[in-house]
Design a protein around this ligand. Structure first.
Ligand code: AMP
Ligand code: GLY
Length: 458
């Protein structure tokens, strides 16, 4: 007989339920969900959650796009007390944390310690678990201890600078230097020249990235192709979400400065079933076993930044959240009730939800402000957003001006995602729509997905 699971007695008067594997409904209830963040990732999460049965989505602080799928709330992601009050006043049953900073700052610990918040589920690791992203040195020790394939490394600080220099001399160019702490995505240097690497190591330890680089991880360079694999875990079970490839450089052909991400493709042709099997066996399972062994209670997303080296996966980095702009592609390929998945995740019952990946290919193209990733202007009026067809425009950095028009409010402005039966078809649809969105200085890459047409299995 079909098992029916009920979760009565939630915050406030509404019961909060999710469906059985067979998809049978239990009760039509309202599920109030708060998404924290304001970028394209959060718009994509909120967009997907808003499609769930009974979901009422709030986004703090959100942007002009999230206002279309839910209610924006004027709260900063670091304002834990304000978030607490909002949750209690609005009968929030689930909080989804978009960016890493509040997780590293302990928002999950805060929720767990507050007697009034005991019934509010929260997706994300506690402070200790968030160290997988918050400290690269911690992540490397974790991987070494749990036998997870990663680049050889040495962690140094000012006192062990000379050992660092000696280690650099044993490596071949290029040299990889990573600030231990969060450095707004800028803390990794890849250098061709040994002398330059030695100088930069000194600079980093001397405060080039502030306190974040008081400790530096020196790493062997891994040659291969990168991809992002996303795991949702309740600590016991896990789901492998659709994988993606992102495009970090500002210019076509991967030229120019690093950005937050200029586009994404999902699925990734070189992530074959055999490769993903290796990822599960060599990385996902040992990672979850390691977390358990270290008594880290982890209910949330794990983003594996991987290098595919000749068919073998190596971890470049762990993130404790979803990727941006990968989420804008990935969310369009998740089939099933996403709120069900997240409620079940928080309840340790991920094995009981319906989940499938769409066979379609999603291509995401990011439109950015002129000048980004260096200085850029904000407040440019955007047009064409209401003329889009067969795509979703996830807002990354937008706001309303005094007249109520949508204006640019960030470097990355809007991510256009389209689906197709092939990369080419999805690309064509995405770019047709990209051409319709206009604002002064608009820039985007024209080659998202093209490289994948040349790799095997595409
Ligand atoms: P991370 O912040 O650790 O993801 O590093 C930023 C980028 O640097 C990655 O996306 C890679 O492109 C590159 N990178 C980091 N570590 C390595 C490595 N060991 N070998 C090659 N490339 C790396
Ligand atoms: N797209 C890479 C990241 O979110 O860190």
């Amino acid at each position: 007989m079909e098992q029916i699971i009920m979760y009565p007695g939630e915050v406030g008067k509404d019961a909060v339920d999710w469906k059985t594997t067979q998809g049978q409904h239990i009760t039509a209830v309202q599920r109030n969900i708060l998404v924290l963040g304001s970028g394209g990732r959060e718009h994509a999460l909120a967009w997907k959650l808003a499609q769930s049965e009974g979901a009422k989505v709030f986004i703090a602080p959100g942007n002009a796009g999230t206002a279309e799928v839910g209610t924006n709330v004027n709260l900063k992601v670091g304002d834990f007390e304000g978030i607490k009050k909002f949750c209690l006043n609005n009968e929030i049953g689930l909080v989804v944390v978009g960016p890493e900073q509040p997780l590293v700052d302990g928002i999950v610990d805060f929720f767990k310690a507050e007697p009034q918040l005991q019934k509010v589920r929260i997706i994300g690791p506690d402070k200790r678990g968030a160290q997988l992203e918050g400290s690269k040195a911690f992540a490397k020790v974790f991987m070494e201890q749990h036998g997870i394939p990663t680049a050889r490394c040495l962690t140094v600080n000012q006192a062990s600078l000379s050992e660092g220099v000696a280690f650099l001399k044993t490596l071949k160019a290029p040299y990889v230097l990573k600030a231990d702490g969060l450095a707004a995505g800028k803390g990794v240097l890849i250098l061709e020249d040994l002398e330059e690497a030695i100088t930069e190591l000194g600079n980093m330890l001397g405060g080039k990235f502030g306190n974040a680089s008081a400790t530096v991880v020196i790493e062997e360079f891994l040659k291969g192709i990168e991809c992002s694999v996303f795991v949702l875990t309740d600590g016991e079970h896990y789901l492998l979400l659709p994988e993606a490839k992102d495009y970090k450089r500002i210019g076509d052909g991967d030229k120019g400065l690093n950005t937050g991400g200029m586009g994404a493709v999902s699925p990734v042709p070189f992530c074959t079933p055999e490769f993903l099997q290796k990822v599960e066996e060599r990385i996902v399972k040992p990672t979850l076993a390691g977390l358990k062994k270290e008594n880290i209670d982890y209910k949330g997303f794990i983003f594996l930044g991987l290098m595919n080296c000749g068919g073998d996966p190596y971890v470049i980095e762990y993130n404790v959240r979803m990727g941006d702009p990968e989420t804008e592609a990935v969310m369009t390929r998740i089939e099933g009730d996403f709120a069900d998945m997240l409620y079940a995740c928080a309840d340790g019952a991920l094995d009981q939800v319906h989940y499938a990946k769409s066979e379609k290919t999603a291509v995401t193209v990011m439109l950015v402000s002129g000048g980004y990733p260096e200085a850029y202007e904000k407040g440019k009026v955007m047009t064409g957003l209401n003329q889009l067809k067969d795509c979703v425009a996830f807002h990354a950095g937008t706001a309303f001006n005094a007249e109520g028009a949508v204006v640019t409010a960030g470097g990355r402005v809007v991510a256009v995602t389209a689906q197709g039966d092939s990369i080419m078809e999805a690309r064509e649809k995405a770019y047709k729509n990209v051409a319709n969105i206009k604002f002064e200085g608009v820039n985007h890459r024209s080659d998202i997905g093209l490289d994948l047409l040349l790799t095997p299995n595409s």
